[in-house]
Design a protein around this ligand. Structure first.
Ligand SMILES: *Cc1c(COP(=O)(O)O)cnc(C)c1O
Length: 396
């Protein structure tokens, strides 16, 4: 894999101010030292198993399989993890690394609040101070998660700059990190930002594909024919794809949020509508306006509402190893309702984007083949918003 100095083909790299360089080098050195350290691996495995509830189940969705009439459908249940999503995998890894580095304080950005809650959780567990940056708009839309983070002992700082959403929260967290490198680790939430973050986050999330592979071989004796996951920054998808990259017969499919459609301005589908650029310390694809400014993005799903994609995905797209498809709000909402009704599993609206695409393509596969869909999180958090989308008024 072409990860030389954090490059994935032409993507990735370290496009950061001089003031951040020392922090990034310190992190890179620490990660090199601990990533193959048996003691570190054992401690992380214990956190995964005892605290997060790993391995997560691989569930054969029999009713869905019958209903769709094609490939056998398996669901990778990251929704069953402690805190309700895949985010905890990365956060436990980074918190442990930060502790080994002697850091006593974690900072993080958050959009919908899922990564902020996971970081606040790890900080409580490790007895570390925690500060979460969140766009002011998002603090209003996600008041319950703000309460959760404070309950867990974190300080939540509303970010008022720019559009006061996720991308501004990332910028502010990076700024804060340059101000306080000595005791602080920036726990970035997806496979993005400057090297080494895309690699670190991918490695911690790759437990997903490692487990899928072992579970599929045990349950069926075969590898899956396709693995499907939703893509915001791309961490649950990268984690789901990683151990299959060399298995060329396994199709890897990432589902982007098309919002109201890729032919509208209300979309967050980066591969479908974006162009190459540099932002948040990395070279990758970004949604941009005609002047190259980062475009405002939209999706019903706050977790997919980011104007870029991780550099390794950009490279998997360039090389044709993975496919990226847009899925609209309406398709995701239908899949959210479909999985709830058919299997009794309420997926996160982010994950519903992957479910939606699977429902479209399952019948094109023969009956001996199998598709794994990563359910990146649970959907309790989305019920009020989906009800509102359907014109129902319920109290949050
Ligand atoms: C944050 C989040 C996502 C999107 O992030 P990725 O880095 O693309 O995985 C997807 N699903 C859920 C449940 C999330 O919380």
């Amino acid at each position: 894999m072409s990860t030389k100095k954090g490059r994935f083909g032409e993507h990735g790299g370290q496009y950061i101010p001089e003031t951040l360089m020392n922090a990034v080098i310190e992190l890179e050195e620490a990660y090199e030292r601990y990533k193959n350290d048996p003691q570190f691996e054992a401690e992380l495995a214990q956190l995964f198993n005892e605290y997060a509830g790993r391995p997560s189940r691989l569930y054969f969705a029999e009713k869905m399989t019958k209903d769709l009439g094609g490939a056998r459908i398996y669901l990778k249940r990251e929704d069953l993890n402690h805190t309700g999503s895949h985010k905890i995998n990365n956060v436990l890894g980074q918190a442990l690394l930060a502790k080994k580095m002697g850091k006593t304080r974690l900072i993080a950005e958050t959009g919908a609040g899922q990564h902020g809650v996971a970081t606040a959780t790890a900080a409580a567990l490790f007895g570390m101070e925690c500060v979460v940056f969140m766009g002011e708009e998002d603090t209003k839309r996600q008041a319950l998660n703000v309460y959760r983070m404070r309950l867990l002992g974190a300080e939540v700082i509303p970010v008022k700059t720019g559009t006061a959403t996720l991308k501004d929260a990332v910028s502010e967290a990076m700024r804060e990190w340059t101000r306080r490198i000595s005791d602080t680790h920036y726990c970035l939430g997806s496979v993005m930002g400057p090297h080494p973050f895309p690699t670190i986050v991918r490695d911690f999330q790759s437990v997903i594909s490692k487990e899928i592979k072992a579970q599929m071989l045990e349950m069926t004796g075969h590898l899956p024919d396709a693995v499907i996951a939703c893509v915001g920054g791309g961490s649950n998808a990268m984690g789901s794809f990683y151990h299959f990259i060399e298995d060329k017969n396994v199709r890897l499919i990432g589902c982007e949020a098309a919002g109201r459609g890729v032919d509208t301005f209300e979309t967050a589908a980066t591969i479908a509508t974006g162009r190459s650029g540099i932002f948040h310390g990395m070279k990758s694809y970004f949604c941009q306006d005609e002047f190259g400014q980062i475009a405002p993005v939209y999706s019903i799903s706050a977790g997919l509402d980011y104007p870029g994609i991780g550099p390794e995905h950009a490279w998997l797209h360039d090389t044709g190893r993975a496919e990226y498809v847009p899925v609209t709000d309406e398709e995701a909402v239908c899949a959210f309702e479909y999985l709830s009704r058919t299997e009794g599993i309420i997926p996160a609206i982010e994950s519903a984007h992957a479910v939606a695409h699977a429902t479209k393509i399952a019948k094109d596969f023969d009956k001996d083949s199998s598709i794994v869909i990563t359910i990146s999180g649970r959907g309790d958090k989305d019920c009020a918003a989906i009800a509102r989308y359907r014109g129902e008024d319920i109290n949050e």
